[in-house]
Design a binder for this molecule. Sequence first.
Ligand SMILES: [Zn+2]
Length: 230
Amino acid sequence: MKLAYARGPPIAVFAGSWKCTVSPIDGTPIALGEPFGDCEPDIDRLISIATTVRIIKQMGVKVFISRELGEDEVDAAYAGGADGVLEELSFSRDEYRDGVQFVLFQPADPVELVNRVREIAQRHKKPFDVLVATSFENAKVFAPYVDGVVLTGGWVGVELTRIDHLPEVGRCVHCGVDFLMYGNSLKRCVYCGRRLVKVITSTKPPRSKAVFRSVFKQYVNVNRLRFKVV
Ligand SMILES: [Zn+2]
């Protein structure tokens, strides 16, 4: 099904190329409103997860997810820049345990959290990083107080819509513009002359953490993205 990104944050992160014949590469940002691929319609959940992770990462904290989410969902989170899965961390819950790197909390609010953290530090006198398990909605409340969040759900809303025609899309990362080639075919950006990157492709890089990371890094500084019809 040919799809466009109809509703959600100004920039979403594409994930789920394995459910598409043509699409952006996993981890590629897509602009609100733009057509992006020919995919199974349930890909909205994967795009939503990837987009949520990116938004939380931009708050300056590490983001982890649970393997219990499922393989597709974990890969989507990596496409959004996730730092890892909870089950691979050395952690304990609510209390410091000898040698762990992380202590995971599920507090009601930041006040409960910071006082609990200090109290544990005082008792154990050992270094540890603070993680909070929380939904997307509450992640921004805790982000200023923690080293990382474990996202438990409540993903950002992303809606897709079915479209009739999938144009070629050429991106100028420098200008933050995607050229939707409904009428004309462009090789270079009309604003700066740089060569355009083809966004929609049948190329499928391997589903590996390293590949997701490298694509995420490539676009980490893209904070605005719009499309222009040509
Ligand atoms: Zn340009």
